[in-house]
Design a protein. Sequence first.
Length: 612
Amino acid sequence: MDNQINVVNALEQIFQEREKFILIGLTGRTGSGCTSSANLLSSDLSDFDLPKPKLSNFDNNDERKERIIYNYTQRHWNKFTVISVRDVITSFLLDHKYSEFESYIMELIEESEHKLHISRQMKDRLEAQYEEYYNERKKIKDLKENTKDEIQIKAKRSYDFYYSGIKDFSVVLKECFDNIKLKDSEDSFTSLYQKFGNNIRASGNALNEDCKNQIVYTFANRLNRLIKAIRSVKKSEEKKSFIVIDAIRNPFEAQYLRERYSAFYLISINAPNLNRIDRLTNLGYTKEKIQSLDKKEYPKKLKGVEKFICQDMQKCIELSDIHINNPHDQGLDLSKLKKQLVWYIALIKHPALVTPTPLERTMQIAYQVKLNSACISRQVGAVITDRNYAIKAVGWNSSAEAQTPCLLRSSVDLLSNNDKNGFSLYENTDDKFRNLVSINYKILPEHKHSLGLTPCYCFKDLRNKIDGEKNQVHTRSLHAEENAFLQIAKYGGVGIKGGILFSTASPCELCAKKAYQLGIKKIYYIDPYPGISLDHIFQSGTKRPVVELFSGALGRAHHQLYTPIFPYKDEQELLYGDLKGTVSILEDEKKKAEKKLKEITAELDKLKTNNK
């Protein structure tokens, strides 16, 4: 029995390692539900109010899975500590004296009357508090970290200051600047903080937008120091470190954390766009404010240093490990959001409690095949199944068979005529096009090529420069969905009417029309395409397909969450003992009981004899 107890303890320790530290980064467009998700994760289980699953007489395996996740969560729930990106930005503001901060705010405001109003409001509501928090932050920065005890003291001071000072001060700042009118955007406190965030990534300074070298990770570094401070404090209190970040909107910060923490998962909270806009409207956002936010969070094209310092929700969603669909039609109880959150937290703690959903296993294939794409702009994968999720075709965006994809073509080869078959007749002979390639690539300094990268180019972008327009017809690649459709025709596959299309990006108008014509009944996608296909093509006619945002784990997370640490059979045997062991234990216990009974009977007989 002692040996069995030791085995059970060892098994528990292995899974407890996964429960000591979990780091979640939430990402998603404003209004999608990141803050709601962070608030739920930071709740006690009694406040979380997880909807109860069906407990018997199940209609399908999904209901059985929900019960398994529910039962596990009842025993293994731990609330998360929230790090608000907004509050981290506030900490950068407190690196500056109040006079510097006030001067910078005034420069951002154009209207003189509004300047006067904000200045008075700042002096009345902010100045005294600002100076107090500025001085406290300076004291913490000056603390030494030469010994283990000094490191612990500074971590505790930083933790306390963040949660009892900066968080409260951020609220005051929001109240003060909630309707600020900036020169270059609609009036919005959110726009102001987006500007601070971009400045920090560009210069390391919230009040300076001049870009400097080796500054890109300044924000991520401070975020990382706060994570370490939380872990240090929790460890000293013998508590678990469950941390959720609300919300990551720069892909390089997500990548920074992923490379440092194996326990990090980026979760995108997505909502259908109309539902998201409804939520923002109910919160008081005007149409102009929403458009201004979308332009910054989902820019059409980032250039140069903007790629490093600006928000880029499309890239963050592409990088996400787990996708959660948060529709608006679920009512005020957020039941669908709650079920998805506990599903993945349970699997992070104990992989393979349940198997992947049909949507996950199919989209995982689309996610995997997109890596075959040699398009230098974006990789997309697609899978077509019948209504029972049996796969009929896969596809990825790529040039036609026997043509060379852009990733493998060098502009140097084009200009020196070293690879005739790699380029079209047009590219090889059109003087205007070749001159444009020469201007864009040949004049690059030699050190640009020293990294060993191929100086390839996007044909569509260059051709559109010549025409002075944006025309998708010039792309060399077949789209992923289009390619999948063509594979069925090419190899004589079965009909797909009534089937399902999975795509890592929502179909463009051209692919949407093809899907409609082929009779696709349902479409799952991850990232919305910046076009009108969802509202225009699919919301027309009498046989409209159902279009849904995908929810599930992909990529490395798919493997991490659904690959068991032990085969489940082995885990059960370690917990409860194998059948032979159980029988053996029962026989031993029976023999011990029989021996004890004989001893007691002998004693009783002896007493009877003595009494006579």
